[in-house]
Design a protein around this ligand. Structure first.
Ligand code: ADP
Length: 412
């Protein structure tokens, strides 16, 4: 306290002190108000920033949700099956194509392992299990096999998927059913081989046809000359029959290699049938096969390639005869049939032979499919090609032990 103040009377000193204190208080109050205002400004600014951040976050969230939905749409529209496995190898996601391919709903698979996924449709596909069980990344690989009716080929690959929050890395499995493609590739390769083989066959056949013709002629002359020695004549007949059989096989091979290109003429189907029958008459007699036939007077005359149809009938009759080693009945009917609104013909060739299982029936028109020890598997493939080349259709009804009934429809 200053000197003069010490000399002031007590109440004056107090009031001075009080005034000073008030002044200080006012100054401090003003400072605090200023600070408060500054603070308020800061808070408002922070609020604004927070709002902005919130808006940005909402936008980001919306963008993330949109991206997630779009990813779902992309996954859903993919033809390729996509399965996501988490770090523990459990299914975390399955797109629609995967549901179809693996035959199970995503909801039923979530959290389950690879085995559960493959159990429905691919339990027997060893290659697939072995490939994926190693845990290694699999580059694009084809697994499965082409095996008649049970063909299935998959194209699979696996890829890494980053884990989140320190979780282990997941895997993405891509899988596609390429059975049709594999079949087409196989057929294309086969048809390349066939074309090359066909070209070679055509050359070989031309070389051996002439000597075979001579052998057949000499055998028939021999048979005639040996008329008084039936035992030897029989041998000459066998040679003749053998040559005819060979001629048949060679004819099939040649026609198959060349492809069916019909040159049409008005033809009598009944006459063609009798011609084919006479080529096999010895075998038919030997096996005591009864032949019945009925040809509609109008339907039997039809425009087709006589040479090709001789082969059709020969193959059909030969198959029927071979299916009845212990005898039976061969019935042939030819009737009128309206095809696509125009009159055509329906030819039915039925035998009472051994018939076929469904598995065999489904493959009889495939080239080189045969169940016979000495078959070529070309007969019905050729028949099929010729019928198709004439705009017709062929089908068969059969069962093991119940014979076979082939029906061919031909437009007029
Ligand atoms: P291939 O006679 O040389 O075997 P095909 O193409 O003519 O060749 O016949 C294929 C297969 O179809 C035969 O091996 C046989 O299993 C079956 N097949 C054809 N026709 C008949 C039939 N009439 N009865 C029973 N099976 C038949």
């Amino acid at each position: 306290m200053t000197e003069p103040e010490q000399n002031l009377p007590r109440s004056d000193a107090d009031s001075t002190l009080l005034r000073e204190a008030f002044e200080k208080f006012i100054v401090t109050g003003q400072m605090m108000e200023k600070a408060y205002l500054a603070l308020q400004e800061k808070v408002e600014q922070l609020n604004l920033e927070l709002e902005k951040k919130n808006d940005e976050l909402s936008l980001q969230l919306a963008a993330t949700e949109l991206a997630r939905d779009q990813l779902s749409d992309v996954l859903g529209s993919l033809q390729v099956a996509v399965v996501v496995f988490d770090g523990d190898g459990r299914v975390a996601r399955l797109n629609r194509a995967a549901e179809t391919l693996f035959g199970c709903a995503e909801s039923a698979m979530l959290g389950r392992g690879m085995d559960a996924l493959f159990a429905v449709r691919f339990a027997g596909m060893d290659g697939l299990h072995r490939l994926l069980a190693t845990g290694q990344l699999v580059p694009e690989t084809e697994v499965g096999q082409l095996n008649g009716l049970h063909s299935c080929v998959l194209r699979v690959s696996t890829h890494l998927m980053r884990g989140m929050d320190g979780a282990g890395e997941g895997r993405i499995l891509l899988a596609e059913d390429i059975t049709d493609l594999a079949l087409r590739r196989r057929d294309a390769a086969r048809s390349d081989r066939l074309t090359a083989m066909g070209e070679m066959a055509v050359q070989i056949v031309h070389e051996i046809r002439n000597p075979m013709g001579s052998i057949e002629l000499f055998a028939s002359m021999l048979q005639r000359d040996l008329a008084d020695q039936p035992q030897h004549a029989e041998l000459a007949k066998k040679v003749q029959e053998g040559i005819r059989g060979l001629n048949h096989v060679i004819g099939n091979l040649l026609s198959f290699a060349k492809g069916a290109h019909p040159v049409r003429d008005l033809v009598d189907l009944e006459e063609l049938f009798h011609g084919a029958l006479s080529d096999l008459e010895h075998q038919i007699e030997r096996q005591q096969i009864k032949v019945t036939e009925r040809f509609d007077a109008d339907a039997r005359f039809i425009r087709l390639d006589a040479e090709l149809w001789r082969q059709v009938l020969l193959n059909m009759i030969l198959n029927a005869v071979q299916a009845m080693p212990a005898g039976g009945e061969l019935a042939v009917c030819c009737d009128r049939e309206m095809i696509d609104g125009r009159p055509g013909a329906k030819l039915v060739i039925a035998d009472t032979g051994e018939g076929m299982s469904a598995d065999v029936r489904d493959r009889i028109f495939h080239p080189f499919f045969t169940t016979k020890d000495r078959g070529t598997g070309l007969g019905l493939a050729l028949v099929h090609n010729i019928v198709k080349a004439h705009g017709g259709a062929i089908g068969v009804e059969t069962a093991p032990g119940r014979g076979a009934t082939f029906t061919i429809t031909l437009p007029g």
